[in-house]
Design a protein around this ligand. Structure first.
Ligand code: ZN
Length: 256
């Protein structure tokens, strides 16, 4: 399995408070967690916004089974053609995992078709992540609930389409709740939103969150490598079957 972790990688370089939490960037922590989970069974690459084509060339995406996406303040800096490229690959079967504020990324809107906005938010809130689909592969090996002493509240209604699979609901200290682990099928691909992952706290270093990320990667990966089909088959002329070779007649004496 080949995994690519994409990160905006802006606050870790511009805000010393965030740099202290993720000195090598959020993508490095997510990639380290996935490496821990998969060992030699997965190749893991990273890509960031400032790279040419944001590090998401046709070649990188063609070789990616599951793309993780973390972003917060620079959604509008992602080039239209990269959003469209990622969308094509998801429809062809590549998995996409929207991490935390990436639910507001343009790729989320492009694939889910709604604004993807939450109704409210509050930094520093305690998160209780409840599994509502016990026995689901994404919940495998996770405590119920996962308790994060500090994260960020995102409140419902969250403007997303009803998920095809709902795995987690998070409760917050103010009584708010969120569908915080949602899966959708889009074309031949799978999309998952994991709400946990606010940048002010080392949430992607947490062992339970790392396990959830690995489980999600397994769920989101296509059974066989995905392939974007670009070529269109030309229309056949009307009556094409009249000139088509007919089914051969059975040879005399041959068993029918
Ligand atoms: Zn946040």
């Amino acid at each position: 399995m080949q995994l690519t972790v994409w990160n905006e990688y802006h606050q870790e370089r511009s805000d010393p408070r965030i740099a202290a939490v993720y000195p090598d960037g959020i993508h490095a922590s997510v990639a380290a967690g996935l490496a821990e989970y998969f060992g030699a069974n997965a190749g893991i690459g990273t890509a960031t916004l400032d790279q040419p084509e944001h590090g998401l060339t046709e070649e990188v995406l063609a070789g990616t089974d599951v793309l993780f996406w973390w972003a917060h303040l620079r959604h509008d800096r992602v080039a239209d053609e990269v959003v469209e490229r990622v969308r094509r690959h998801v429809l062809a079967g590549m998995g996409l995992v929207l991490l935390h504020s990436a639910i507001n990324a343009r790729i989320a809107e492009a694939l889910l078709g709604t604004s993807c906005r939450m109704s409210c938010w509050r930094h520093g809130d305690r998160e209780l992540i409840w599994t509502v689909e016990p026995g689901h592969e994404i919940a495998d090996g996770l405590p119920n609930p996962i308790e994060l002493p500090a994260g960020e509240m995102y409140g419902e209604p969250l403007d997303v389409p009803a998920p095809d699979e709902l795995i987690f609901i998070t409760g917050y200290s103010g009584g708010e709740v969120l569908r915080s682990g949602c899966g959708w099928r889009r074309g031949r691909g799978r999309v998952f939103f994991l709400a946990a992952g606010h940048e002010e706290y080392p949430i992607y270093d947490h062992p339970d969150i790392r396990r959830a990320l690995g489980n999600i990667a397994r769920w989101a990966a296509p059974a066989t490598p995905h392939r974007v089909i670009e070529a269109r088959v030309p229309n056949s002329p009307e009556g094409w079957w009249r000139d088509a070779p007919s089914v051969p007649e059975p040879v005399e004496g041959q068993a029918r």
